[in-house]
Design a binder for this molecule. Sequence first.
Ligand code: SF4
Length: 519
Amino acid sequence: MSKDDLNIKDNTSLFKEERYVQQRENKKQFEAPCSEQETAEALAYSKSAEYMEKNFSRQNVVINPHKACQPLGSVMAALGFEKTLPFVHGSQGCNAYFRSHLSRHFKEPTPSVSTSMTEDAAVFGGMNNLIDGLENSVALYKPEMVAICTTCMAEVIGDDLNSFIGNARIKGVISEEYPVAFCNTPSFVGSHITGYDAMIKGILSYLYTRSGIESKPGSGAESGEKLNVLLGFEPYTGNFAELRKILAAFDTKYTILGDHSGNYDSPATGEYEYYYGGTKLEDVPQAANALGTLSLQKYTLKKTQEYISGTWKQQISALSTPLGIKGTDKLLETISELTGLPVPASLTEERGRVVDALMDSHPYLHGKRVALVGDPDLLIGLIGFCLETGMEPVHIVCSNGDVDYNEVKFKDEAVALLAASPYGSEATVHVGKDLWHMRSLLLNDTVDLAIGSSHLKFAAKDADVPLIRVGFPVFDRHHMHRYPIIGYQGTLNLLSLIVNTILQQLDDNNSGFNFELVR
Ligand code: SF4
């Protein structure tokens, strides 16, 4: 076969061909479109200050919210445990959305099954679907544990997971001992972070309770230094690797509770396997005896943290995503406090190198106005990082509600963080707002950079602002999730990403003597 035979055009070039251009023109007669002038006028109005006021007063409609639904988070959480099959009780279309959303971000398959509820199950209840589904998936995919969450449909009709699973055992579909963890994830409230938290808590409490172990914090399996770590709804497989590097430098024993990095970074060997890596199921009850638990997403993991401190009686040190120098300093101090071990010299040296890099780039970052979008813990980390580089956060949008931890609300923490720096004086934090609000903000009070997920690209393009892709999901760039953004190495990665975008802009917008060789 010649290589010309493989000259298959992608959609970008194919649909520019005259026949497709003509086809789209012909279709317009059936679509009764507005005239070009009407479209241009509506577009111009949507960019105005008057429209922005109307946009911010809307009450009953959400446009492009920056969040996904609860069970999506639960599926990610279930994939953090060894040979565990995520099992969605509800409609197949919901599960298709979770799988495709996660797979488009990680560029890896997402093994997750559903009970495929349709009209009859919606009327008579989904028990038969759940029992048949359990029987089939255990036989076909041979998981060591099944982790069940629910979609809106199952929640609206009030399906009782606990009794359905009990009936599956009575029917002999699964044995009495076969592990099935579950959580309820009604998606008309909360978001992917709520669902992640619900499933992690569901799995930890289920495996601990069935083990019969009574927790003795600090007694540790082999050593009292053993530490538990929760990363939360973590879209960066690289962050798991970075945290392991840091903990190895401390030379402490630890258990990551919920590690989906194996499933989302599996090698291509020619054979597809359903399960890679994950926290070992037998390690979960032992984790109750650790010295303490380090959480890197305190707002995401609220219920899990309450369970660990309440039932395991363990010390919890809860942070937000440790970005930047100060964020990483806090992470290392916390590990040191929890384990009693000193901060390793290798990490202090790494810190110095990253501070040096920050100083090199500072002239290009100082005073840059930025817009930020993300989940609460990521936003706290990003705000801290921007302030320490001299960038000025201006618009901050968090579509999740105003979540709280230890009676401190996300918005209050963000506002206090901004108020503590002269670079935060122009910032406004918009909680519960969406990306259509952000579009108005970008168009009416312009910034130099937008930082957020791929969903922000449309508003950023309308406002002609470069977008730095950070968070979840990143669909339209490759391999970003492999590079850590936490720790000193993550700080350097984030810095490179931002400063090189600014330098590229300088090259794009300048010519002649301003088109400099050295920046
Ligand atoms: S919001 Fe409800 S119906 Fe929609 S995908 Fe999520 S679970 Fe399914």
